[in-house]
Each structure stands twice: as C-alpha cells, then as structure tokens.
Ligand binder design. Sequence first.
Ligand code: RIB
Length: 293
Amino acid sequence: MSAQVVIVGSANVDLVTRVERIPGPGETVTSESFNVFAGGKGLNQAIASRRAGAVTALIAAVGSDDYARVLVDTVRHEGMDDALLRREPGTTGTAFVTTDATGENNIVIVPGANGLLNRLTESERDQVREADVLVCQLEVPNSVVEDAVTTAREAGTTVVLNPTPVRTVPAAILAAVDVLIVNEHEADQLRVEELRVPCVVTTLGSKGATLQIRGERTVRVPARKTIALDTTGAGDTFVGAFAAEIARGVGYAQAATRANVAASLSVEEHGAVPSIPTRQAVDEALGLERVEN
Ligand code: RIB
C-alpha cells in the first residue's frame, strides 16, 4: 500500500537529561534523570502522522552504531516500513537534550547519518509521487529537501515544510511549498510575511496557532489549557498530525485545530516520541466519540 504521508527527514537518538535549571556558560549543574529516546524531527513527525491514523513512510538515514537499532525498532514498532531507513557507515544522528522544570529545553544536534541523506533514489521519488502529502524539515541537507519537494510538486503531492532548525531556505525549495509551518521565532527570523507561500501556519505554544492563507484573513486556532512538563517534540507533533489530517482531505484550519490539540497533549509527558498522542487520545481531548474507519 502506498503511503498517504511521506516524511523525508532526520532520525536521531535523543540523550535526554532533566535539570531544575538549564546551566549558563561555565556553570555545572547535577541532572535529576537521564533517558535515551528515539527522536529527530523527521522520525517524530512520522510517528505523529502515524499515530494520527495516516499510512506513513519515513525516508531517513541511520548509522552503523548500536543506536541505529533503537531507531529501526521504533519505526517497526509504530507500524512503518524500515526498508526506507538507509544504513550509512558511522554515527547515527544524536541529540543532546536538556529539559528544565518549566518544560523548556535546549538541544545540541550531531547530524551523523542525517548529513549523508543528500538525494532520493528513484524508488524513493516514486513514494513521494504516490503520496498525498510530503513533509520535510531542515535537519537534513538542502539537496535532499529540494529533490523531494520538486518531485512532489511535479506529481501534485501537497508539500508541507517545517523549516527548522531555521536557516535561509533556498528559493527553489520555497517555490514548491504549499504549507509552511513555523513557530513564532522562526516566523520572525524567516520574515514569513514576505515569503510568497500559499499558506503559513504559525504555532504559538500555549497561545494556540494562526493560519494565514495568502490573500485571505488570518484564522486564529484556539489554545488548549495544559500543564507543560516537557515541550520537546511538540512542534513535530503538530506537523505530523496536521499532515495526517490534510491527507484525509480535511481543510487546513480544521487540521490545524486538531494538530494543536495533539501538540498540547504531547507537552504533558516527558520525551518526544513517548509523548506523541494517538488519534484516540486527541478524540478524547476534543470530547469526540471514537469513530472507527
Ligand atoms: O524537535 C525535537 C527533536 O529535535 C528532538 O527529538 C531532537 O532529536 C531534535 O531533532
């Protein structure tokens, strides 16, 4: 079965430590806990899409070290095909994540195998062509993002770009984007109001989100009250859940509303992948009865 949502992006192993307060330069603090989780923006978004109910494929790269196995097992466990995970010699992408008592975090990334994902193969391009929605982020080289988005554009696959970690996005990539999803800092840094993208979704953390379709008025997506334990992966949860919704044919505003609820649930638990909610959990938070399909 071809995937409804294809994600081209990073897969990391997250080495997560929890501290009361994130240390400043030259300062040492003692950690309260340490965990190893599957992560990476591509993998997190793929799991969010999958748990939201979409048939999802992840095109990514892992290394030849022991951490690769953690990521391969996670992909399989979530019901996705690990055949699209390339095995490269060397280290798997690694993220050093520090979270504090307020739920905030800082992250240092070692790209490892993610940096070797330069181009798609012809069969990977076919996956993109057959999908309803393609999602990319920027933890992999621009060359593979450009390859994926231009392939999608030519085939009529909807392109969602989450331009994070933020850097200047080449014009050839932007020209192929249907929906740009940014947080408020990225919106400022990229001056999104000057970009000619058909739809911009800006996530605002505890304040919800906005959705701007070019030439139309801004739609406000309401916030859901929550107590944030760990915000790691909340943006990825939003992106994956949004992609799954639009792949089902749901309109952008309604998709953003549901994605926002999914993201708000994800901050209530620790870790990126462990906290991504299922479709059922989002239905329950929305007060909906579960509908099987
Ligand atoms: O967005 C959260 C993710 O950023 C983490 O899982 C980490 O791997 C980094 O890529």
